[in-house]
Design a protein around this ligand. Structure first.
Ligand code: THU
Length: 130
C-alpha cells in the first residue's frame, strides 16, 4: 500500500479526535496483514488518565476485526516538528506490529519514516516470557 493512502486515512481520522482538554488532535492509520486499513483518533476523558491515544485506538479496531498483525502505521499531528508515538503506544505497536515502518506526518505534507526498532530499541516482548 502507498504511504500516501495511509497518511490520508490518518488525516481523516484526526478530524474525529475528541481532545477538548489538550486540544492536541492526533490521527493514526494501520495497515493490517489483510491489506485493510484501520483508523483511530485520540479520545480523551475528563478523568485525564483514561485518555487513549490514536495509535492504540487504530490497533484495537484492527484486532477486534480479526487482524493478527499489521504492516505499517501512520501518525498525523499538526505540529511543525513531526510527532512520534508515545512510550505506551510504542510498546503496543511492538506487540502487534513488530519492527514495522512508522510514518510520521503533519498537515503541511512533511513526512518521515522511522523503523520501530529505532523508536523502541531492545524492546521487552513475549520472547522473554518463555
Ligand atoms: N496522543 C496520541 O494520541 N498519540 C501519541 O502518540 C501522543 C499523544 C494524544 C493523547 C492526548 O489526547 C493528547 O495527544 C495529548 O497528549
Amino acid at each position: 500500500m502507498e504511504i500516501k493512502e495511509l497518511i490520508n486515512a490518518a488525516i481523516e481520522a484526526r478530524e474525529n479526535a475528541y481532545a477538548p482538554y489538550s486540544n492536541f488532535q492526533v490521527g493514526a492509520a494501520v495497515e493490517g496483514e489483510s491489506g485493510d486499513i484501520y483508523i483511530g483518533c485520540n479520545v480523551e476523558s475528563a478523568s485525564y488518565g483514561l485518555t487513549v491515544c490514536a495509535e492504540r485506538v487504530a490497533i484495537w479496531k484492527g484486532i477486534s476485526r480479526g487482524e493478527k498483525r499489521f504492516k505499517q502505521i501512520a501518525v498525523v499531528v499538526d505540529t511543525e516538528e513531526l510527532t512520534p508515538p508515545c512510550g505506551v503506544c510504542r510498546q503496543i505497536i511492538w506487540e502487534f506490529c513488530g519492527d514495522v515502518p512508522v510514518i510520521l506526518s503533519n498537515l503541511h505534507g512533511n513526512t518521515e519514516t522511522i523503523m520501530m526498532s529505532e523508536l523502541l530499541p531492545r524492546a521487552f516482548d513475549s520472547k522473554f516470557l518463555k
